[in-house]
Design a protein around this ligand. Structure first.
Ligand code: ADP
Ligand code: MG
Length: 339
Protein backbone atom coordinates (compact mmCIF):
# COMPACT_ATOMS: atom_id res chain seq x y z
CA UNK A 1 0.00 0.00 0.00
CA UNK A 2 1.18 3.54 -0.75
CA UNK A 3 2.35 5.88 2.02
CA UNK A 4 0.34 9.07 2.12
CA UNK A 5 1.68 11.02 5.12
CA UNK A 6 4.04 13.92 4.44
CA UNK A 7 5.73 16.47 6.65
CA UNK A 8 4.32 19.92 5.91
CA UNK A 9 6.85 22.39 4.55
CA UNK A 10 7.87 25.11 7.04
CA UNK A 11 6.00 27.92 5.34
CA UNK A 12 2.76 25.92 5.50
CA UNK A 13 3.31 24.96 9.15
CA UNK A 14 4.04 28.61 9.95
CA UNK A 15 0.87 29.76 8.24
CA UNK A 16 -1.15 27.28 10.25
CA UNK A 17 0.46 28.40 13.52
CA UNK A 18 -0.19 32.01 12.49
CA UNK A 19 -3.91 31.28 12.48
CA UNK A 20 -3.75 30.87 16.24
CA UNK A 21 -1.27 33.60 17.11
CA UNK A 22 -2.41 36.35 14.74
CA UNK A 23 -6.12 36.98 14.63
CA UNK A 24 -5.97 40.65 13.65
CA UNK A 25 -3.59 43.62 13.62
CA UNK A 26 -3.86 44.01 17.40
CA UNK A 27 -2.33 40.52 17.81
CA UNK A 28 0.76 41.77 15.96
CA UNK A 29 0.85 44.84 18.20
CA UNK A 30 0.75 42.63 21.30
CA UNK A 31 3.52 40.29 20.12
CA UNK A 32 5.85 43.08 18.99
CA UNK A 33 5.35 45.14 22.15
CA UNK A 34 5.97 42.07 24.30
CA UNK A 35 9.18 41.30 22.43
CA UNK A 36 10.37 44.86 22.99
CA UNK A 37 9.65 44.53 26.72
CA UNK A 38 11.46 41.19 26.88
CA UNK A 39 14.42 42.93 25.22
CA UNK A 40 14.49 45.28 28.24
CA UNK A 41 13.61 48.37 26.25
CA UNK A 42 12.97 51.54 28.26
CA UNK A 43 11.43 53.41 25.33
CA UNK A 44 9.04 51.87 22.84
CA UNK A 45 7.31 53.52 19.91
CA UNK A 46 4.30 52.00 18.16
CA UNK A 47 3.40 53.28 14.70
CA UNK A 48 0.38 52.08 12.78
CA UNK A 49 -1.33 52.95 9.51
CA UNK A 50 -4.90 52.14 8.55
CA UNK A 51 -5.59 50.53 11.91
CA UNK A 52 -2.62 48.24 11.42
CA UNK A 53 -3.90 46.77 8.17
CA UNK A 54 -1.13 48.34 6.11
CA UNK A 55 1.50 48.89 8.81
CA UNK A 56 2.33 47.94 12.36
CA UNK A 57 5.79 49.07 13.40
CA UNK A 58 7.43 48.80 16.81
CA UNK A 59 10.73 50.53 17.51
CA UNK A 60 12.54 49.79 20.77
CA UNK A 61 15.82 50.73 22.43
CA UNK A 62 16.30 47.25 23.84
CA UNK A 63 19.23 44.89 23.55
CA UNK A 64 18.91 44.14 19.82
CA UNK A 65 20.02 40.95 18.07
CA UNK A 66 23.24 39.58 16.61
CA UNK A 67 23.50 38.84 12.89
CA UNK A 68 22.69 35.16 13.32
CA UNK A 69 19.94 35.72 15.87
CA UNK A 70 18.28 38.27 13.58
CA UNK A 71 17.84 35.53 11.00
CA UNK A 72 16.99 32.79 13.50
CA UNK A 73 14.32 34.91 15.19
CA UNK A 74 11.99 34.13 12.27
CA UNK A 75 12.33 30.35 12.62
CA UNK A 76 9.51 28.48 14.30
CA UNK A 77 10.23 27.39 17.90
CA UNK A 78 13.29 29.65 17.91
CA UNK A 79 13.55 31.49 21.21
CA UNK A 80 16.19 32.94 23.51
CA UNK A 81 13.80 32.81 26.47
CA UNK A 82 13.59 29.18 27.51
CA UNK A 83 15.89 26.18 27.15
CA UNK A 84 14.01 23.35 28.83
CA UNK A 85 10.40 22.51 29.60
CA UNK A 86 11.10 23.23 33.30
CA UNK A 87 11.82 26.83 32.37
CA UNK A 88 8.10 27.22 31.63
CA UNK A 89 7.58 27.43 35.38
CA UNK A 90 10.34 29.98 36.00
CA UNK A 91 9.20 32.49 33.40
CA UNK A 92 10.26 36.08 33.69
CA UNK A 93 9.52 36.97 30.09
CA UNK A 94 6.32 37.50 28.13
CA UNK A 95 7.42 35.24 25.30
CA UNK A 96 8.66 31.66 25.37
CA UNK A 97 6.98 29.84 22.48
CA UNK A 98 9.28 31.19 19.79
CA UNK A 99 6.54 31.35 17.22
CA UNK A 100 5.32 34.94 17.00
CA UNK A 101 7.85 36.24 14.49
CA UNK A 102 7.70 33.03 12.44
CA UNK A 103 3.92 33.27 12.33
CA UNK A 104 3.86 36.96 11.47
CA UNK A 105 6.48 36.56 8.75
CA UNK A 106 4.37 33.78 7.18
CA UNK A 107 1.43 36.09 6.55
CA UNK A 108 2.91 39.58 6.04
CA UNK A 109 5.80 41.57 4.63
CA UNK A 110 8.27 42.08 7.45
CA UNK A 111 11.28 44.38 7.75
CA UNK A 112 13.62 44.03 10.70
CA UNK A 113 16.41 46.38 11.68
CA UNK A 114 18.39 45.57 14.77
CA UNK A 115 21.68 46.42 16.45
CA UNK A 116 23.30 45.45 19.71
CA UNK A 117 24.84 48.09 21.90
CA UNK A 118 28.52 47.36 21.25
CA UNK A 119 28.28 46.70 17.53
CA UNK A 120 29.11 49.47 15.06
CA UNK A 121 26.55 48.38 12.53
CA UNK A 122 23.37 46.34 12.62
CA UNK A 123 21.36 44.07 10.37
CA UNK A 124 18.39 44.66 8.12
CA UNK A 125 16.30 41.72 7.00
CA UNK A 126 13.35 41.69 4.64
CA UNK A 127 11.17 38.60 4.77
CA UNK A 128 7.94 37.87 2.91
CA UNK A 129 5.72 34.86 3.42
CA UNK A 130 8.43 33.00 5.40
CA UNK A 131 11.23 33.53 2.86
CA UNK A 132 14.13 35.87 3.47
CA UNK A 133 14.33 38.34 0.58
CA UNK A 134 17.48 40.12 1.76
CA UNK A 135 19.84 40.55 4.69
CA UNK A 136 22.14 43.57 4.73
CA UNK A 137 24.44 45.45 7.06
CA UNK A 138 22.93 48.82 8.05
CA UNK A 139 23.66 51.79 10.23
CA UNK A 140 20.88 51.85 12.78
CA UNK A 141 20.51 52.86 16.43
CA UNK A 142 20.81 50.36 19.28
CA UNK A 143 17.64 48.31 19.57
CA UNK A 144 15.16 46.82 17.18
CA UNK A 145 12.61 48.08 14.70
CA UNK A 146 10.14 45.65 13.18
CA UNK A 147 7.67 46.71 10.48
CA UNK A 148 4.83 44.42 9.58
CA UNK A 149 3.15 45.43 6.33
CA UNK A 150 0.13 44.16 4.45
CA UNK A 151 -1.05 41.67 7.05
CA UNK A 152 -2.73 38.56 5.56
CA UNK A 153 -1.56 39.57 2.05
CA UNK A 154 -1.48 35.87 1.16
CA UNK A 155 -4.67 34.82 3.00
CA UNK A 156 -7.49 36.81 1.34
CA UNK A 157 -10.13 35.12 3.50
CA UNK A 158 -8.47 36.42 6.67
CA UNK A 159 -7.91 39.86 5.21
CA UNK A 160 -11.58 40.15 4.24
CA UNK A 161 -12.59 39.04 7.70
CA UNK A 162 -10.95 42.14 9.26
CA UNK A 163 -13.41 44.68 10.64
CA UNK A 164 -13.64 48.40 9.91
CA UNK A 165 -10.66 50.59 10.76
CA UNK A 166 -12.55 51.96 13.76
CA UNK A 167 -13.05 48.48 15.21
CA UNK A 168 -9.50 47.30 14.49
CA UNK A 169 -8.10 50.51 16.00
CA UNK A 170 -10.19 49.89 19.13
CA UNK A 171 -8.60 46.44 19.49
CA UNK A 172 -5.14 47.95 19.08
CA UNK A 173 -5.82 50.63 21.68
CA UNK A 174 -7.08 47.94 24.10
CA UNK A 175 -3.88 45.97 23.60
CA UNK A 176 -1.77 49.10 24.01
CA UNK A 177 -3.59 49.95 27.26
CA UNK A 178 -2.93 46.50 28.66
CA UNK A 179 0.78 46.68 27.95
CA UNK A 180 1.04 50.29 29.09
CA UNK A 181 -0.73 49.61 32.39
CA UNK A 182 1.46 46.59 33.11
CA UNK A 183 4.69 48.53 32.47
CA UNK A 184 4.58 52.09 33.81
CA UNK A 185 8.39 52.06 33.98
CA UNK A 186 8.62 52.09 30.18
CA UNK A 187 8.07 55.23 28.05
CA UNK A 188 5.53 54.42 25.40
CA UNK A 189 4.34 56.38 22.42
CA UNK A 190 1.74 55.50 19.85
CA UNK A 191 1.19 57.10 16.43
CA UNK A 192 -1.73 56.39 14.15
CA UNK A 193 -1.61 57.65 10.54
CA UNK A 194 1.04 60.17 11.53
CA UNK A 195 -0.69 61.76 14.54
CA UNK A 196 0.08 60.86 18.12
CA UNK A 197 -2.51 58.97 20.11
CA UNK A 198 -0.51 58.46 23.31
CA UNK A 199 2.76 59.72 24.67
CA UNK A 200 3.30 58.17 28.07
CA UNK A 201 6.34 58.98 30.16
CA UNK A 202 7.74 56.69 32.84
CA UNK A 203 6.01 56.81 36.19
CA UNK A 204 4.31 54.72 38.84
CA UNK A 205 1.12 52.72 38.41
CA UNK A 206 -1.15 55.57 39.49
CA UNK A 207 0.53 58.04 37.14
CA UNK A 208 0.24 55.62 34.25
CA UNK A 209 -3.47 55.02 34.87
CA UNK A 210 -4.11 58.76 35.08
CA UNK A 211 -2.09 59.53 31.96
CA UNK A 212 -4.16 57.03 30.01
CA UNK A 213 -7.63 57.66 31.40
CA UNK A 214 -7.36 61.35 32.28
CA UNK A 215 -6.80 63.52 35.35
CA UNK A 216 -10.29 62.93 36.68
CA UNK A 217 -9.37 59.30 37.24
CA UNK A 218 -6.94 60.24 40.02
CA UNK A 219 -9.59 60.90 42.66
CA UNK A 220 -11.49 57.74 41.73
CA UNK A 221 -8.72 55.35 42.69
CA UNK A 222 -8.79 53.46 45.98
CA UNK A 223 -5.49 51.69 46.69
CA UNK A 224 -5.47 47.95 47.33
CA UNK A 225 -2.45 46.38 49.02
CA UNK A 226 -2.11 42.91 50.47
CA UNK A 227 0.84 40.61 50.93
CA UNK A 228 0.59 37.01 52.04
CA UNK A 229 2.90 34.00 51.79
CA UNK A 230 1.45 32.99 48.44
CA UNK A 231 0.89 36.29 46.71
CA UNK A 232 1.11 40.02 46.60
CA UNK A 233 -1.85 42.10 45.49
CA UNK A 234 -1.50 45.76 44.66
CA UNK A 235 -3.24 48.32 42.53
CA UNK A 236 -6.50 50.19 42.66
CA UNK A 237 -10.23 49.79 42.50
CA UNK A 238 -12.49 52.58 41.29
CA UNK A 239 -14.80 54.14 43.86
CA UNK A 240 -18.33 52.73 43.47
CA UNK A 241 -19.79 56.04 42.29
CA UNK A 242 -17.50 55.85 39.29
CA UNK A 243 -18.64 52.42 38.21
CA UNK A 244 -19.96 51.95 34.71
CA UNK A 245 -22.69 50.25 32.75
CA UNK A 246 -20.10 48.60 30.55
CA UNK A 247 -17.24 46.45 31.74
CA UNK A 248 -14.80 49.06 30.49
CA UNK A 249 -11.93 49.59 32.83
CA UNK A 250 -11.36 46.18 34.33
CA UNK A 251 -7.73 45.23 34.29
CA UNK A 252 -6.29 42.24 36.03
CA UNK A 253 -2.58 41.43 35.74
CA UNK A 254 -0.64 38.42 36.93
CA UNK A 255 3.15 38.79 37.05
CA UNK A 256 2.91 41.82 34.72
CA UNK A 257 0.75 40.02 32.20
CA UNK A 258 -2.85 41.03 31.39
CA UNK A 259 -5.04 38.02 32.19
CA UNK A 260 -8.65 37.17 31.51
CA UNK A 261 -10.27 35.21 34.32
CA UNK A 262 -14.02 35.22 34.72
CA UNK A 263 -13.66 33.49 38.07
CA UNK A 264 -11.22 35.99 39.62
CA UNK A 265 -13.03 38.94 38.08
CA UNK A 266 -16.05 37.68 39.94
CA UNK A 267 -14.06 37.74 43.19
CA UNK A 268 -13.37 41.42 42.64
CA UNK A 269 -16.91 42.33 41.57
CA UNK A 270 -18.39 40.43 44.49
CA UNK A 271 -16.31 42.52 46.92
CA UNK A 272 -18.47 45.44 45.75
CA UNK A 273 -21.67 43.63 46.81
CA UNK A 274 -24.18 46.14 48.11
CA UNK A 275 -22.06 49.08 46.97
CA UNK A 276 -23.13 49.17 43.35
CA UNK A 277 -26.51 49.85 41.84
CA UNK A 278 -27.89 47.03 39.76
CA UNK A 279 -26.30 46.59 36.37
CA UNK A 280 -23.19 48.65 37.12
CA UNK A 281 -19.68 47.24 36.91
CA UNK A 282 -16.75 48.32 39.05
CA UNK A 283 -13.51 49.50 37.48
CA UNK A 284 -10.24 48.10 38.73
CA UNK A 285 -6.54 47.89 37.99
CA UNK A 286 -5.20 45.02 40.05
CA UNK A 287 -1.73 43.54 39.94
CA UNK A 288 -1.10 40.08 41.32
CA UNK A 289 2.40 38.76 41.91
CA UNK A 290 2.66 35.01 42.44
CA UNK A 291 5.42 32.44 42.34
CA UNK A 292 5.74 31.45 38.64
CA UNK A 293 5.80 27.81 39.74
CA UNK A 294 2.18 28.07 40.87
CA UNK A 295 0.79 29.06 37.47
CA UNK A 296 0.72 27.62 33.98
CA UNK A 297 0.69 30.17 31.19
CA UNK A 298 1.08 27.72 28.37
CA UNK A 299 -2.64 27.10 27.88
CA UNK A 300 -3.21 29.06 24.72
CA UNK A 301 -0.87 30.70 22.17
CA UNK A 302 -2.11 34.19 23.03
CA UNK A 303 -1.31 33.61 26.73
CA UNK A 304 -4.22 35.61 28.11
CA UNK A 305 -5.44 32.67 30.17
CA UNK A 306 -3.62 31.10 33.08
CA UNK A 307 -4.10 27.96 35.10
CA UNK A 308 -3.58 28.62 38.80
CA UNK A 309 -2.63 25.87 41.26
CA UNK A 310 -5.04 27.14 43.87
CA UNK A 311 -7.70 29.35 42.38
CA UNK A 312 -10.01 29.11 45.39
CA UNK A 313 -7.48 30.64 47.77
CA UNK A 314 -6.75 33.40 45.27
CA UNK A 315 -10.45 34.11 44.97
CA UNK A 316 -10.84 34.50 48.73
CA UNK A 317 -7.70 36.62 49.12
CA UNK A 318 -8.61 38.95 46.26
CA UNK A 319 -12.14 39.41 47.48
CA UNK A 320 -11.08 40.17 51.03
CA UNK A 321 -8.29 42.56 49.96
CA UNK A 322 -10.71 44.59 47.86
CA UNK A 323 -13.39 44.54 50.55
CA UNK A 324 -10.85 45.66 53.12
CA UNK A 325 -9.76 48.63 50.98
CA UNK A 326 -13.30 49.73 50.27
CA UNK A 327 -14.06 49.53 54.00
CA UNK A 328 -10.90 51.31 55.06
CA UNK A 329 -11.63 54.22 52.78
CA UNK A 330 -15.09 54.55 54.30
CA UNK A 331 -16.87 53.68 51.16
CA UNK A 332 -20.49 53.23 52.09
CA UNK A 333 -23.33 51.80 50.00
CA UNK A 334 -24.81 54.24 47.51
CA UNK A 335 -28.12 55.45 48.95
CA UNK A 336 -31.00 55.26 46.59
CA UNK A 337 -32.93 58.50 47.06
CA UNK A 338 -35.15 57.87 44.09
CA UNK A 339 -37.44 55.54 46.00
P1 ADP B 1 9.47 34.45 21.79
O1 ADP B 1 9.19 35.86 22.17
O2 ADP B 1 8.43 33.50 22.26
O3 ADP B 1 10.87 34.00 22.13
P2 ADP B 1 9.31 35.46 19.06
O4 ADP B 1 9.03 34.78 17.77
O5 ADP B 1 8.39 36.54 19.48
O6 ADP B 1 9.38 34.33 20.18
O7 ADP B 1 10.79 36.03 19.02
C1 ADP B 1 11.87 35.12 18.74
C2 ADP B 1 13.19 35.63 19.33
O8 ADP B 1 13.61 36.80 18.63
C3 ADP B 1 13.09 36.05 20.78
O9 ADP B 1 13.26 34.96 21.68
C4 ADP B 1 14.22 37.08 20.88
O10 ADP B 1 15.45 36.44 21.15
C5 ADP B 1 14.28 37.69 19.50
N1 ADP B 1 13.57 38.99 19.44
C6 ADP B 1 12.32 39.21 18.97
N2 ADP B 1 11.98 40.52 19.06
C7 ADP B 1 13.04 41.15 19.63
C8 ADP B 1 13.32 42.51 19.99
N3 ADP B 1 12.42 43.48 19.81
N4 ADP B 1 14.54 42.77 20.53
C9 ADP B 1 15.46 41.79 20.72
N5 ADP B 1 15.26 40.50 20.40
C10 ADP B 1 14.06 40.16 19.85
MG1 MG C 1 7.62 36.99 21.43
Amino acid sequence: MADIIQLLPDHVANQIAAGEVVQRPSSVVKELLENAIDAEATTIKLIIKDAGKTLVQVIDNGKGMSTTDARLSFERHATSKIRTADDLFQLHTKGFRGEALASIAAIAHVELKTKQEHDDVGNAIIIEGSSIVSQDIVVTPKGTSISVKNLFFNIPARRNFLKSNAVELRHIIDEFHRVALAHPNISLSFFNNGSDVFNLSMGNYRQRIVSIFGNKTNEKLVPVEETTEVLKISGFVGKPEFSKKTRGEQYFFVNDRFIKSGYLNHAISSAFDGLLKNGLHPSYFLYLTVNPQTIDINIHPTKTEIKFDDEHTLYALLRSAVKHSLGQFNIAPVLDFER
